[in-house]
Write a protein that binds this ligand. Structure first.
Ligand code: KG4
Ligand code: ZN
Length: 333
């Protein structure tokens, strides 16, 4: 089963060909970061226009690299939400047009289900159940993947997503967009010597809150400024990153142990973070858990993960019709 997959939910135009949900035949990503950087974040209107300019070329490139034509495509996988509505519509409309023209099934994929499915590529032997820590720009979840296409949310954020916290702190430190990679780079040059608070949410041991941490960093910077001190950007980056990573790893490990799940996977842009990977790897080893992590290019937005998720949805009979609409917000189910 060769799935042509399309992902345009945010600021990457991506298309890929994935065989049987596990084998990557091509992965093309056209990033728009350069166009958004000067605005300090993604501008939805620009995102839609840039997707429109790129999408046809990106799809053709994905087919070319897989040495395929539309004739060999067995199904079209596409992200239909959540994400920026105008951006999603570009990918979804293209997918529908192709599905109609070549008379092959259209398979709508939830963006977060896509992120989780990157782990089926990272480890070809991975089969559910497993626990997945989902940490992207818009979402933070601890999810039990009970079966293919079957998820139970164990923990979620009460305010900012993990990636959002990275982006906001980076902006405060003047490190630009996207914040995660910039913080990681600076953190490598600093020491985690500043104690930032680690929020505890009573009665919800697996939920997160990052807004307090963000405020604490802001207060630290303002106080230093008022005192006329030099802002220790590297140390702040290292301390902030450690605070986020520690809380993510602690909660994921505790959830795996309590729910008796032997494997932890990670997903989403923040999962590209080296410190998160190292800390999780060590904690999993200590607790006798298996740890799976996609390579960085499969953590941030890409169409490969959508192609993998689409295969498992298709296998279970979840085929979409041409009335499928883009959704800015939809729960993972
Ligand atoms: O999954 P993703 O590419 O897009 C969404 O679905 O949101 O995640 C993007 C987020 C951004 O907030 C970005 O700052 C963060 O992932 N990110 C990172 C790293 N690379 C990307 N955060 C920490 N460390 C990184 N290396
Ligand atoms: Zn994403």
């Amino acid at each position: 089963m060769h799935i042509l997959a399309i992902e345009t939910s945010c600021d990457d135009t991506s298309a890929a060909v994935v065989q049987d949900g596990r084998r990557v035949l091509s992965n093309v990503i056209s990033s728009q970061i350069d166009f958004h950087q000067k605005f300090g974040g993604v501008v939805p209107e620009i995102a839609s226009r840039k997707h429109l300019e790129a999408v046809e070329l990106v799809i053709q490139e994905a087919l070319d690299r897989a040495e395929m034509t539309f004739d060999n495509v067995d199904g079209i996988g596409v992200t239909y939400g959540p994400g920026l509505i105008g951006a999603l519509l570009v990918g979804l409309s293209s997918a529908k047009a192709i599905a109609l023209a070549i008379d092959k099934p259209l398979i709508g994929v939830h963006h977060i289900e896509g992120h989780i499915s990157a782990n089926y590529i990272a480890d070809q032997s991975l089969i559910p159940p497993f626990l997945c820590l989902v940490v992207s720009g818009g979402h933070t979840y601890i999810v039990e993947v009970e079966d293919y296409c079957k998820y139970r949310i164990i923990g979620k954020t009460h305010d900012d997503a993990a990636g959002e916290a990275f982006d906001k702190v980076a902006r405060t430190l003047g490190l630009g967009y996207p914040g995660g990679p910039a913080i990681e780079k600076r953190a490598a040059l600093g020491r985690a010597i500043i104690e930032f608070p680690k929020p505890v949410i009573r009665d919800h041991p697996y939920d997160f809150s990052f807004s307090g941490l963000k405020t604490a960093v802001l207060n630290y910077i303002n106080t230093a400024r008022q005192k006329g001190q030099v802002i220790p950007v590297e140390d702040i980056a290292a301390s902030f990153q450690k605070a986020v990573v520690d809380v993510l790893v602690d909660k994921a490990i505790n959830a795996a142990l309590e729910y008796n799940i032997g494997t932890i996977a990670v997903a989403g842009g923040v999962a590209a973070n080296g410190a998160l990977k190292e800390t999780m790897d060590e904690a999993c080893r200590r607790n006798g858990l298996r740890f799976i992590h996609p390579q960085p290019i499969l953590c941030t937005d890409n169409a490969v993960m959508i192609g993998s998720a689409a295969f498992f949805r298709w296998q279970r009979g979840y085929i979409s019709d041409l009335f499928l609409n883009a959704e800015a917000n939809i729960p993972l189910q």
